[in-house]
Design a protein around this ligand. Structure first.
Ligand SMILES: *[C@@H]1O[C@H](CO)[C@@H](O)[C@H](O)[C@H]1NC(C)=O
Ligand SMILES: *[C@@H]1O[C@H](CO)[C@@H](O)[C@H](O)[C@H]1NC(C)=O
Ligand SMILES: *[C@@H]1O[C@H](CO)[C@@H](O)[C@H](O)[C@H]1NC(C)=O
Length: 424
């Protein structure tokens, strides 16, 4: 009896040891490995997988927040005062993203897609701000017009001057236009300098002044009073029923086919910041090729020829290789690498600004009971840019009439996106 008990207790003991060994094996090794494997399987993008579906259609909308600097003293600025602005926001939009996959390479390593974005105003999250709020902001399209045509305008004016000189009467009001023109300081002799020595041109400026009124709805300053909705999406209208020279200028503007301008049904034009990116239609600007060699780093090794983003001027180095700024690091931020550790930083590639952005791990957080990590951008995003930081390829040097540093780079906090318009 005693022997038997001993026997059983031994057996139980051995079973216990085996079980705990198995438990340890499962707990420390098997389950984690299995979970690890499952996670890995689930984040790989293969045709038809769960992750692929999430890749194609982001299941939840992203929050797109816009802050506006509302100009409170526009008329005084016109008389030389320093602008007083008030930051208002955030105006929050839900951004829905859908990708239309055009090609999946045979070996599954590359995918070509076009991304559609849809923006819907989130009234609840934005309250008490409303999309219909009135704001006073820079008259972007008039500014752009005056800058873009600066080069040609002298020629246009001179051409017109010769032809219509004799038909023009002296009209008061050249001052408004002079002020507008004053803001245009190109490398070439300015229109004003020329007109000062050329009375016929001065008369012509009067004529153009009258036309600017017709084009830009009788502007009183470089600022325009509009609503958030119009400024961002629906468009600030101009070129409404232009006549004569104004009509010719409006046609010129149409031909420039800027992405921020669109023609309305009645033939007038509308300027807005985001209408062209918010569309359920084909958005070619977002089309590009991603290499899926690593499921979580949708990256890097593809040539410029199959990339449809427009590279900045000095994006190729002397060996004709893509420079550091042209590297596409990281995911498109709709998914992230798994197995994050505290202290791991990572990259995302933002199609909105055509560049990779490094994200730095800040600290652990909890979101609705789920532990996570908080990441944020660092100084190398828009502050530490320039030759001294070895990234002067980001200094696109395309903007001519702006305040910038001697080396051509913009001041900290500003990013030149002139080359980030995309092409089809
Ligand atoms: C913006 O400023 C203008 C005055 O320039 C003011 O009338 C308007 O109410 C302001 N808008 C908001 C949303 O504060
Ligand atoms: C990039 O791709 C090319 C051709 O597809 C290949 O020859 C080259 O080794 C790749 N480079 C890297 C760093 O993977
Ligand atoms: C891309 O990643 C590499 C290495 O991780 C880094 O050296 C490079 O600066 C990154 N490029 C950009 C544009 O951030």
């Amino acid at each position: 009896m005693y022997n038997k008990l001993l026997h059983w207790s031994l057996v139980l003991g051995i079973v216990g040891i085996l079980l705990s060994a198995l438990g340890a094996y499962c707990g420390w090794f098997y389950f984690p490995t299995m979970i690890h494997q499952k996670v890995e399987e689930n984040v790989i993008i293969t045709d038809g997988s769960e992750q692929y579906k999430r890749f194609v259609q982001l299941p939840q909308p992203l929050s797109f927040k816009v802050y506006v600097f509302n100009v409170t003293n526009s008329h005084k600025i016109q008389l030389g005062a320093i602008p007083i602005v008030k930051e208002i926001g955030p105006y929050i939009y839900k951004q829905f993203r859908t990708k239309r996959v055009q090609h999946f390479s045979r070996d599954g390593s590359k995918i070509t897609y076009v991304q559609d974005q849809l923006y819907i105003f989130d009234e609840e999250a934005s309250a008490p701000l409303r999309e219909s709020d009135n704001i006073v902001v820079l008259n972007m399209h008039m500014n752009a017009f005056l800058q873009v045509f600066e080069k040609e305008i002298t020629d246009i004016l001179q051409g017109f001057a010769n032809r219509i000189n004799h038909r023009l009467n002296r009209t008061p009001g050249v001052r408004v236009l002079k002020r507008l023109m004053d803001r245009i300081r190109g490398k070439r002799k300015s229109v004003l300098e020329i007109s000062e020595n050329d009375p016929s041109l001065a008369i012509l400026l009067v004529h153009l002044n009258a036309n600017l009124k017709g084009i830009f709805n009788d502007p009183k300053s470089m600022f325009v009073s509009t609503t958030v909705k119009n400024y961002l999406f629906d468009g600030v209208r101009f070129c409404v029923n232009p006549q004569g020279l104004a009509k010719a200028i409006c046609n010129q503007i149409k031909e420039s086919s800027s992405k921020t301008l669109r023609e309305l049904k009645d033939g007038s034009l509308a300027f807005s910041f985001f209408h062209h990116v918010s569309s359920t239609k084909l958005n070619k600007c977002m089309a590009f090729c991603l290499s899926l060699h690593f499921y979580f780093e949708l990256i890097s090794n593809f040539t410029l020829s199959n990339r449809k983003m427009v590279p900045a001027k000095n994006y190729l180095n002397e060996n004709n290789e893509a420079s550091m700024c042209n590297q596409i690091n990281g995911t498109d931020a709709s998914m992230f690498p798994p197995f994050r550790q505290p202290g791991d930083n990572m990259y995302i590639f933002s199609t909105d600004i055509c560049r990779s952005v490094q994200l730095f791990n800040q600290h652990p957080i909890e979101y609705k009971g789920i532990p996570g990590y908080r990441y944020s951008i660092g100084e190398n995003f828009v502050n530490d840019i320039g030759p001294e930081h070895d990234n002067d390829c980001f200094c696109v040097d395309k903007l001519t009439n702006v305040i910038k540093r001697k080396n051509g780079c913009l001041y900290a906090g500003a990013l030149d996106l002139t080359t980030c318009l995309g092409k089809s």
